[in-house]
Design a protein around this ligand. Structure first.
Ligand code: ZN
Length: 491
């Protein structure tokens, strides 16, 4: 969605510089500084108390679970955790912020100097730096629509006041909207694996603001940046950035100046609109929060938290690629959620051949689900069914052709593999004499291949197995067939 006709040659003269600020709500039972429930979807103004309403005299008490989650996220993002960090007041007035300030962290955040690895355009990987990860509280919500008198009134729901947040600020290392998309995808995946947030964008558990500027290629100094706020999907962020990059280049090319401002993205129109001039840090008059002591994360707490760090998605993919002989793409499919990867690995362990379980899952289940447009959670075949199928295949009780037919029935009738297998147990030829007769015929018809085999090309055995399997309409017992083919050829 181009802002206007800016030619490719002109676009290519400029380099975009993108930094992302991501707010993530933590999945604690209670709020960050009081005992109110931290829950989405309650009736308005039911999860509130004097502390999160900021009534005079009410004092905050820090939620230990929120610290634990923030520390866990910091470690998962390769950050250095500060032993002593400081809460600060960020002063601004807004109707949904009854205290008149937000408790956040400023010059001494919880964690700094982290990074995330993303795939880069040339097939290698690129490290995107994380400047800082700090803790803060969420504000309430102003409701501008949905009421009979919404045209003249704004309603306030303060349930969200005091929801624990972490803000993750990237270095300005991102150069394209695609890299921004990758960074966000990886970040969300890592946070989901740690379990500190549900990262549900529709409910606002994960929110992203993007800072973007452009500069002539080769120039060191950054251009003036605009901030694009509150875009509610990664796809829209990619679109908003592409629009904003072109808009800024167009402004510069036509002799104008980019102004530092906050802009909103309208996904229906595919363009950004100026909202307000951007505040500077000094506008907020930050000062240390007098009602809270410094936050201490002791070396002991840090090492305990490190032990709770799960195997993270990238490491898990690397291990699974080796262990199950997967392609990069297949590894992504299996590790898309930690729960699914866990279920797969638990099941694979019980199978005769774990790699075979991966094969059956990827070849017989994933493709059929994709064709139906359904998620893996809705598969009629359970993980136990996949293991059974893999075992039957592995021990040669069914052929791969029969396996395919059985899976066809499973998906046609919406039944699990075991039920279909028990009912339609494929007929198998297990009579050696009958199989030997078929082998003899194939051998007689292919003297050249026999010669090749006897000259030492043992892989030709596979050709005979295939021919006999076809002649038997897929019903020859595969294990027996393999054994007899070799016996005949050697004989
Ligand atoms: Zn409260």
């Amino acid at each position: 969605m181009p802002a206007a006709a800016v030619s490719h040659d002109v676009l290519a003269k400029y380099e975009p510089v993108i930094g992302l600020e991501v707010h993530v709500q933590l999945l604690t039972a209670t709020k960050i500084f009081c005992g109110c429930a931290n829950r989405f979807g309650s009736d308005p103004n039911t999860n509130i108390c004097p502390v999160c309403l900021g009534l005079p005299g009410a004092l905050p008490v820090l939620n230990a679970k929120a610290v634990e989650f923030a520390t866990l996220a910091s470690l998962a993002l390769n950050c250095q955790v500060r032993e002593r960090s400081i809460f600060a007041r960020k002063n601004y007035f807004y109707p949904d912020l009854p205290k008149g300030y937000q408790i956040s962290q400023f010059d001494k955040p919880l964690a700094e100097h982290g990074w995330i690895e993303i795939p880069s355009a040339d097939g290698a990987t690129k490290k995107i730096g994380i400047t800082r990860l700090h803790m803060e509280e969420d504000a309430g919500k102003s409701l501008h629509e949905g009421f009979a008198d919404s045209a003249t009134r704004t309603y306030l729901d303060l349930n969200r006041c005091g929801t624990p947040l972490i803000e993750i600020v990237s270095e300005p290392d991102i150069r394209t909207p695609d890299e921004a998309f990758e960074y966000l995808t990886r970040l969300k995946e890592i946070l989901l694996y740690t379990g500190v947030s549900d990262c549900n964008m529709e409910e606002g558990s994960l929110r992203c603001d993007a800072n973007v500027s452009v500069r002539p290629r080769g120039q060191e100094k950054f251009g003036t940046k605009a901030e694009v706020k509150n875009v509610n999907s990664f796809r829209f962020i990619r679109e908003a950035l592409a629009y904003e990059i072109e808009r800024q280049i167009e402004v510069i090319e036509s002799g104008g100046k980019v102004v530092q401002e906050t802009r909103l993205y309208n996904s229906d129109e595919g363009r950004t609109y100026s909202m307000r001039s951007k505040e500077q840090a000094h506008d907020y008059r930050y000062f240390p929060e007098p009602d809270l002591p410094p936050l201490i994360v002791s070396p002991q707490l840090l090492s305990e938290t490190r032990k709770r760090l799960p195997e993270l998605p990238e490491a898990r993919r690397k291990r699974m690629i080796a262990e199950y002989e997967l392609t990069e793409k297949d590894a992504h499919t299996i590790t898309a959620s930690r729960q699914f990867a866990d279920r797969f690995e638990a099941a694979a362990k019980t199978a005769r051949n774990p790699r075979r379980v991966a094969n059956v899952l990827l070849n017989e289940v994933v493709g059929r689900l994709k064709a139906l447009g359904t998620e893996i959670e809705q598969s009629p075949v359970t993980m136990a069914g996949i293991v059974l199928a893999a075992d039957l295949l592995d021990e040669g009780t069914i052929s791969s052709k029969q396996l395919k037919q059985l899976f066809d029935v499973c998906f046609e009738k919406g039944e699990d593999f075991e039920a279909v297998y028990e009912r339609e147990k494929p007929r198998q030829i297990t009579d050696s004499a009958a199989i030997e007769k078929m082998i003899d015929e194939v051998i007689a018809a292919n003297p050249r291949q026999v010669e090749q085999y006897r000259a030492g090309k043992k892989t030709v055995a596979g050709f005979f197995v295939g021919q006999v399997m076809r002649a038997s309409k897929g019903q020859a017992n595969p294990a027996l067939l393999n054994e007899l083919v070799v016996k005949k050829l050697e004989g």
